[in-house]
Structures are given as structure tokens and as C-alpha cells.
Design a protein around this ligand. Structure first.
Ligand code: NAD
Length: 425
């Protein structure tokens, strides 16, 4: 019988100590002492730090961090920490990077470090008039924004531009103000949200409108990270491989069903570095997908073409709102370690590296798909997960995984049967 007395209404849960919270969850969910000890073992993220990062903290979720090797970016060799639970993601970057290492690696650039905060005005009597009235006060708005964050200004950032749009919506006409702010080495969400909240009541007063939302846009299209790379056709397996990859790209760019998966592959690489460095994966994901659909059609985040010499050239251009300061970047010890391994001096440098990783990931995905298929490489690694799921431990994991790959069938039922056979000797 289901225990109907259980209640999720736990008043003051956030005020409890960590152990007390775990005990409350244990009582609710029937966790034994071992389960509670597991939650309380927070590994290399001190519980006290984690408790300050989020609310109602009870434990940590470890994600493996792997190192992508072979990466040469703007002439410099880099080791790249990637946090991901998915097999093949790190290997894909290593492989793509190995195949372009001798021909020069990746070249990157950045459009800037500008973020946009939006202020929504509704019930504005004369929207077009209001638009101009707001634009006339650009200098005053600059002063007010910069006064919100003197530290940011000291680091070379602050207000840069003002844009006002009148948009038609199902809820009537709205006047949307954009504060364009250079957030330098910060991702900048908190920084620009503070400015938007400060400016909104004034704008509403000047225009006799009513301010509603005041929040950054994750479509960070003034903060585009770009990477390009040429893979020599001879280094990637010849013209048939190159043409198959180009065809894969054309498919993705024409068909949103394919583009979603194509871009998911790109984000496998991007998210892993964003996460490893303590940055906001959701912000980067939202920006990337919105950018991929910016022309009203959801397409590929990458572009592929044949060079005049017949080689394969790939490019990526993607919003990359990441920072070296703010959020978890400076607080999470593993994020700090990742930044140390990367040895980046600015958010701009980090963003450009992440774009190169996204391009590398895409190269490997479309190459595998256009040649042997994704399962061959994937299954070799996935077989280890299946072996563990079947109950293999220690040396058994590798032995069983190899056996499954040799048999060409990486299935849980088969793994269980093979494990029983192995153990029987
Ligand atoms: P933050 O406010 O913690 O840090 C940024 C501040 O650091 C700046 O405002 C500035 O005062 C200071 N600073 C010191 N040195 C600097 C330098 N060299 N360059 C720039 N600033 C410097 O963080 P943030 O970057 O404003 O916000 C990031 C956090 O906001 C993330 O945790 C993110 O998850 C969260 N967030 C995201 C969204 C969203 O994406 N929609 C919304 C709200 C909050």
C-alpha cells in the first residue's frame, strides 16, 4: 500500500542543516543509512560551497571530466577539460583535432562581449513617439547603467548602446528597449538584469507606459564565438568521405529534424566545456538554438564547404555567453581547476576555445555518420556501460565489453548471459 501520509510540504526545509535535510528526505523516500551517507559524500565539492550555490542542497552529482587532447587553437596547443556523462564525446574531439593538427588546427575569433538586457513596456499611449523619447535619453541611461556596476566599468565594460523596438504581439503593441552592455569577463546575466531593473521605472515614467519584464536575452548575438578549420581531404579518408560529410551538412541545414540532432552533437562538445568551467549550460544552449533559428528556419550551427584546393573547410558561429567570473566559475573547485588547465586569461579566449570544440565535435559526428555509422565507435564505449549495468566489476568490465563488441551485439540481456558464463569460468 502506498503511504498516503507522506507530504512534500516540508516547512522551513531551506533553514535546516544539510544533514537534517538529508534525514528529512530519507524519512520521506525510505533511504537507508548507506543512501544518506552517499548523499553526504560530496567528493571534491565541499558541502558548504555547494550549499551556497543552490537552495535546499542535499548532495552532489558527479559527472566525469575527460581531457580532449590534440587541440591546436590559434597556433597554441591546449588540453581541454570536458564534463560529460556521454561516451564518445571526448574521443570525438580528440579524433577531429588529430586529423587537423598537422594542417594547422583551428583559427578562432569573437564578435565582442556584448549582452542585451530587455525591458518590456506595455500600455504605452504613443509607441512610436515613446521609442524616440527613450532613444533621446541615451546619455542619461548610460550614466544610470554604469552607476549600477562601477566594478564592471573599471574592468573596461559597461553600457555600450541603446535600441528600442515597437513590436506587435497577441497582447497588443509593446515597446521593447534593449540595453547593450559590455560584460567583459563575466557572463553578465546578473550585471545586466540589475541595470534593466534600475532603468525600467524611469522609462515607464518618461513614456507613460507600464514596465513588465526586465531580463537579459539569451540570444547573445553580439557575443558570437567563431572557429574555422580546414581538414585535408587526404587526412580524412579521401573525396568520398569529404563529399559524404558535405551531404550530411546539407541535409542538416535543410531539415530541422536532422538539424536538431546535428546541433545536439555540436552541443555535446560545447556543453561539456561550459559545464567543466562552471558556466551556465542552459544559457549557452538557449542562445545556440535561438541563433540556429534566427532566419525563421532552424538550421545548422556549422557550415561546411570544399576549398579551392579540394579540402574540407568547416566553420562555426555561435553565441557564447561564458565568463571567468560570476556564477560557479570562481566558486566551484573543479571549475577553477578546469580554467587552470585551459590557461585562459579572458572570457573571450574561453568562448573561442569552446567554439573550436563544437566544430571538432561536429566534424567527428558527421564523419562517423557519413562513413561507418555512429554506432561502431559509440558502441565500443557504450559496451562498458552495458557491462557495468549487467553487474560486471573490476577487470570483468573491460573483458565483457570487449566480448560484446566482438560479438557485434551490445545488449544488456547478452551481457548478463556472457557475465554468467565468464564467472562460471
Ligand atoms: P556575477 O554578478 O556573479 O558577476 C559579475 C560581476 O563581477 C560584474 O557585474 C562585475 O561587477 C564583477 N567583475 C569583476 N571583475 C570583472 C571582470 N573582469 N569582467 C566583468 N565583470 C567583473 O555574475 P554574472 O556574470 O553577472 O551572472 C552570471 C550568473 O547569472 C550565472 O550563474 C547565470 O547562471 C545566472 N543567470 C542567468 C540567467 C539567464 O541566462 N537567463 C538569468 C539570471 C541569472
Amino acid at each position: 500500500m502506498e503511504n498516503t501520509t507522506k507530504s512534500s510540504r516540508i516547512g522551513g526545509f531551506h533553514k535546516l542543516g544539510i544533514a537534517q535535510r538529508v534525514a528529512a528526505v530519507a524519512a520521506f523516500a525510505g533511504l537507508d543509512e548507506g543512501d544518506q551517507a552517499h548523499l553526504l559524500n560530496t567528493g571534491n565539492l565541499p558541502a558548504e560551497t555547494a550549499d551556497h550555490l543552490i537552495e535546499n542542497f542535499v548532495g552532489t552529482m558527479n559527472i566525469p571530466v575527460g581531457i580532449a587532447t590534440n587541440m591546436k587553437i590559434d597556433g597554441r596547443d591546449r588540453l581541454i577539460p570536458m564534463a560529460t556523462e556521454e561516451s564518445s564525446v571526448v574521443a570525438a574531439v580528440c579524433n577531429a583535432a588529430r586529423q587537423c593538427y598537422d594542417s594547422g588546427g583551428f583559427i578562432t575569433s569573437m564578435s565582442g562581449s556584448l549582452m542585451i538586457a530587455q525591458i518590456q513596456l506595455v500600455d504605452v499611449p504613443d509607441p512610436q513617439h515613446a521609442r524616440i523619447e527613450i532613444l533621446e535619453r541615451r546619455d542619461r541611461i548610460r550614466e544610470l547603467c554604469d552607476a549600477c556596476d562601477p566594478l564592471l566599468v573599471r574592468h573596461g565594460g559597461g553600457f555600450r548602446d541603446l535600441e528600442v523596438r515597437v513590436i506587435q504581439t497577441a497582447g497588443g503593441v509593446m515597446v521593447i528597449t534593449h540595453l547593450v552592455v559590455d560584460t567583459r569577463d563575466a557572463m553578465g546575466a546578473n550585471a545586466v538584469n540589475t541595470m534593466a531593473e534600475k532603468i525600467a521605472p524611469m522609462i515607464a515614467g518618461w513614456t507613460n507606459g507600464r514596465s513588465n519584464l526586465r531580463i537579459l536575452s539569451n540570444l547573445a548575438d553580439r557575443r558570437l564565438a567563431r572557429a574555422r578549420c580546414v581538414w585535408r581531404t587526404a587526412d580524412i579518408g579521401g573525396e568520398a568521405v569529404r563529399d559524404g560529410m558535405l551531404s550530411a551538412y546539407h541535409f542538416a541545414d535543410a531539415d530541422p529534424y536532422r538539424a536538431a540532432t546535428h546541433n545536439k552533437g555540436v552541443m555535446n562538445g560545447i556543453d561539456a566545456v561550459v559545464l567543466a568551467t562552471g558556466n551556465d549550460t542552459r544559457a549557452v544552449e538557449a542562445g545556440a538554438h535561438a541563433y540556429a533559428a534566427r532566419h525563421g528556419h532552424y538550421g545548422s550551427l556549422t557550415r561546411w564547404e570544399t576549398t579551392t584546393s579540394g579540402d574540407l573547410a568547416g566553420v562555426i558561429e555561435v553565441p557564447m555567453a561564458v565568463g571567468l567570473i560570476g556564477g560557479a566559475t570562481k566558486l566551484h573547485p573543479t571549475a577553477k581547476m578546469a580554467l587552470k588547465i585551459l590557461d585562459v586569461q579572458s572570457a573571450d579566449e574561453l568562448a573561442r576555445i569552446i567554439a573550436a570544440v563544437g566544430l571538432a565535435q561536429n566534424f567527428s559526428a558527421i564523419k562517423a555518420l557519413a562513413t561507418t555509422g555512429i554506432q561502431k565507435g559509440h558502441m565500443a564505449l557504450h559496451s562498458q556501460n552495458i557491462a557495468m549495468m549487467a553487474g560486471a566489476v573490476g577487470d570483468e568490465i573491460d573483458t565483457l565489453a570487449r566480448l560484446l563488441v566482438e560479438k557485434g551485439s551490445v545488449r544488456l540481456d547478452l551481457a548478463q548471459a556472457e557475465l554468467t558464463r565468464l564467472r562460471a569460468g
